[in-house]
Design a protein around this ligand. Structure first.
Ligand code: ADP
Ligand code: ASP
Ligand code: MG
Length: 424
């Protein structure tokens, strides 16, 4: 008997028929002798609908008071899902009980809309499992020290599932979704994308942090920290396929390099449309200028991603960086009203229509010329690179948003990602 955590995403929970299908699949695992904790997301589109209602009443407000209520509202999507799934399981003859985050409780900090899980008390869940029940826990949510409901950021049910698996030392965490694993890139953008049988934890972490929405980054961080065996697989296979076949399907996140691992130089391509670029033109090129610009931005709790400072002319330079698109208006305001005047900048400019495209692979460590191959592929398509950022296992470029799909396809081809990888 193993303790297994299943997570089902929004599309997998998208209708009562699909929920019935999830219940039948979970029942199959229970009848095979396993203990199951199931973490569903809200039904597809529901979180957007709920947040849309709030926006109708208060379009741009980000006050702590409004943020608190956003979490109150958004968390209800998952509350409905857990109740429906528990009923569907009971209809299958499987004893089952559902909990919201605060009922477990899943304790988080108080950063509304992007809270971090601090601890999970698994006593109640364990008691139910011992009593022979399937426990259905709402994803995406928790509770802070003052008993306020919090949510974990979009896509946060992945993190709930992996954190519960870590806290309970589950034997495996299975993330069921609407694709049958992790692909070389989003198969919706590149139909030739290939499913990876395994992906290293480091690569998965980079892919997630660079914008690939298949797993929320914090779920990958949890998996790494607590060595949670993690697999991404399809909820759209027939529910009654052989359980051993199902258990081996999809993509396994691996923690150790093994000889059979696919060792392509570049394993995948990620893209992120959620960033915006801001530039201070004609700032004095002197010691401390970067701090003078970025210090106030950090103090305003705005995350900065790619940074670039141009070569100076006549003691003046241009300084650009990217921020999340949601923070664009706030950043521009800060630069125009405070940072620009304080640094004697000649002009403040901004562009919200950019995107970041990245190639990822642990094989890049031992291969030179990977970045130049990337730049050549982009130049052959006439795509101008605005910013570059590199690390040991990734190279990212910031380009005009309108070239995103073209860039991803060109790079997928240039690095032969549609071909089965050969061992390095
Ligand atoms: P869920 O609702 O199950 O959490 P998501 O929509 O959050 O599902 O994530 C699954 C989606 O992630 C897929 O439908 C696919 O379009 C997208 N995706 C992005 N990058 C990849 C990738 N590298 N491999 C597979 N899917 C990806
Ligand atoms: N329902 C939440 C969202 O749409 C959480 C999730 O699906 O993982 O972001
Ligand atoms: Mg998701």
């Amino acid at each position: 008997m193993a303790l297994i955590v299943h997570k089902y995403g929004g599309t997998s929970m998208g209708s009562t028929d699909r929920i019935r299908n999830v219940a039948k699949r979970v029942a199959k695992w229970v009848r095979a002798g396993h203990q199951l904790v199931v973490v569903p997301s809200a039904m597809s589109g529901e979180t957007n609908r709920l947040l849309g209602l709030a926006k109708e009443l208060s379009p741009a407000s980000t006050t702590p008071e409004v943020m608190r209520e956003l979490d109150m509202i958004a968390s209800t999507g998952e509350q409905v899902s857990v109740g429906l799934l528990a009923i569907a399981l009971q209809a299958e003859g499987i004893p089952s009980v559902s909990y919201t985050g605060w009922q477990v409780p899943v304790a988080t900090d108080s950063s509304y809309t992007k809270a971090r899980i601090e601890s999970i008390d698994d006593q109640r869940v364990r008691a139910d499992l011992a009593a022979g029940k399937v426990v259905v826990v709402a994803g995406f949510q928790g509770v802070d020290a003052q008993n306020n409901i919090t949510t974990l950021g979009r896509g946060g049910s992945d993190t709930s599932a992996v954190a519960i698996a870590a806290a309970m030392k589950a034997d495996e965490c299975l993330i069921y979704t609407d694709v049958d694993g992790v692909y070389t890139t989003d198969p919706r953008i590149v139909p030739e994308a290939r499913r990876l049988h395994t992906i290293s934890f480091e690569e998965m972490l980079e892919m997630a942090s660079l914008g690939s929405k298949i797993l929320q980054i914090r779920s990958v961080e949890f998996a790494g920290k607590y060595k949670v065996p993690l697999r991404v697989l399809s909820s759209f296979t027939p529910w009654d396929i052989d359980i051993n076949e199902e258990a081996k399907s999809g993509t396994l996140i691996t923690f150790e390099e093994d000889e059979n691992m696919e060792q392509a130089v570049v394993s995948g391509i990620a893209f992120n449309r959620d960033e915006a670029k801001v530039t201070l033109l004609g700032v004095p090129d002197k010691p401390g200028i970067a701090f003078q610009i970025l210090g106030p931005v950090a103090d305003a709790n705005i995350d900065i991603d790619v940074i670039i400072q141009n070569v100076s002319h006549d003691g003046k330079t241009d300084f650009s960086f990217t921020v999340h698109r949601n923070d664009y208006a706030r950043t521009m305001e800060l630069l125009q009203n405070t940072v620009g005047p304080a640094t004697n900048a000649a002009k403040v400019a901004g562009d919200p229509k950019i995107c970041k495209v990245s190639i990822v692979g642990i094989g890049m460590r031992s291969h030179v010329g990977v970045a130049s191959k990337m730049f050549r592929a982009l130049s052959e398509e006439g795509i101008n690179i605005q910013m570059i950022s590199t690390s040991e296992i990734k190279t990212s470029v910031v380009i005009d948003e309108k070239y995103m799909e073209l860039a991803v396809r060109a790079l997928h081809k240039a690095f032969d990602l549609d071909q089965e990888a050969t061992a390095a």
